[in-house]
Design a protein around this ligand. Structure first.
Ligand code: TXA
Ligand code: MG
Length: 310
């Protein structure tokens, strides 16, 4: 099929109330017509996601975003600086925005993705697409079309846009108060926002669904300061161990979820993970690593390597 034929098919499916997988530069989304309550409910059913976890509405530009939410001056400036791109804005919603999308909140999350196929899709569809990451609830976000199909099976139509360039979900900024508040760190960093728009505030509005344990692989994870030593210690105990080393941080973000998925396909007992340097995009990478390690089947006490290293 040509690219245009694929986009046309995706649009037909969206118009008839179906759910599709589609690429963005951050991670793949599971999209439906944001104005169709039945279609939006299908997303929750497919993902197994609690209905009070709101969805992001994806739009083609700021003008369209303004038909979903009320933009203040700072929101206009930030959108014009970062869109299209890996940034979601939380703003007061317009009346018509469905409770199914917002989880009953009076705010809505909006994002204009830069991936060329996402852009073509949004232009051809001509309205907002509600979409969470295209993974089952609590699991690892997908960064390829293949990941999406492995989550939901071959019956789900997935628009293939190649591997996601950024690889972790968008930065979420709440702009409902005077100061911008970061609800989820991402590729657009806290310090960038702070430099331009002043000190960050704290939002009482958390992002429902940014749970402590999330992005969870099945393989146990050990976050480590001394990955090489810890690997040796664990191997000496008879465990099958793999190591994920830190690397330039944009590469780390891009590779992260694919590597965790690869581990789940392998017979590795435990993945020893070197954290990124905790600045810039490294803050977002470490945030995802910590969530992925929370609730790992191997409790930390059980694999307390510090004693062996002492
Ligand atoms: O990069 C991304 O943001 C990807 C791609 C597909 O765009 N989407 C994504 O969606 O990560 P999801 O649903 O997996 O995560 C969105 C987060 C959720 O934690 C949700 O609670 C929060 O955004 N969110 C959405 N609307 C909100 C609102 N009105 N107020 C507070 N948080 C909101
Ligand atoms: Mg998600």
């Amino acid at each position: 099929m040509t690219i245009q034929a694929n986009i046309n098919q995706a649009v037909l499916l969206l118009r008839s109330g179906d759910v599709i997988g589609f690429p963005t530069e951050t991670v793949y989304g599971l999209g439906a017509d944001a104005s169709n309550p039945i279609a939006v409910r299908r997303i929750f059913a497919l993902k197994g996601r609690p209905v009070n976890h709101p969805l992001i509405v994806h739009v083609q530009n700021r003008e369209e975003a303004e038909s979903w939410a009320v933009f203040n001056q700072m929101a206009i400036e930030i959108a014009d600086r970062y869109w299209p791109g890996p940034l979601t804005l939380i703003l007061p919603k317009r009346k018509h925005v469905l409770d199914e999308v917002t989880g009953g909140l009076d705010t809505v999350g909006l994002r204009c993705p830069s991936h060329p196929k996402a852009q073509s899709l949004l232009k051809a569809f001509g309205s907002g697409i509600a979409a969470p990451s295209a993974n089952r609830f609590g699991r690892i976000s997908p960064t390829s079309a293949k990941h999406v199909s492995s989550e939901f099976g071959p019956d789900l139509f997935v628009l293939n846009g190649g591997p996601s360039k950024i690889g972790i979900e968008s930065t979420i900024i709440d702009l409902c108060d005077d100061k911008p508040a970061v609800l989820r760190p991402g590729y657009v960093t806290n310090s960038e926002i702070e430099r331009q728009w002043g000190p960050l505030g704290h939002s009482d509005r958390s992002a429902p669904g940014t749970l402590k344990a999330h992005y969870a692989p099945k393989t146990s994870l050990l976050l480590s300061q001394n990955p090489k030593e810890d690997c040796q210690t664990l191997e000496a105990r008879g465990l099958k161990v793999a190591m994920m080393e830190a690397r330039p941080v944009a590469d780390y973000a891009r590779d992260l979820y694919g590597e965790l998925r690869r581990m789940d396909q392998s017979d590795v007992d435990i993945l020893v993970v070197e954290m990124a340097e905790n600045e810039g995009v490294g803050i977002a990478v470490n945030d995802r690593l910590k969530r992925a390690a929370t609730g790992s089947p191997h409790e930390l006490e059980e694999i307390d390597v510090s004693k062996d290293n002492a």
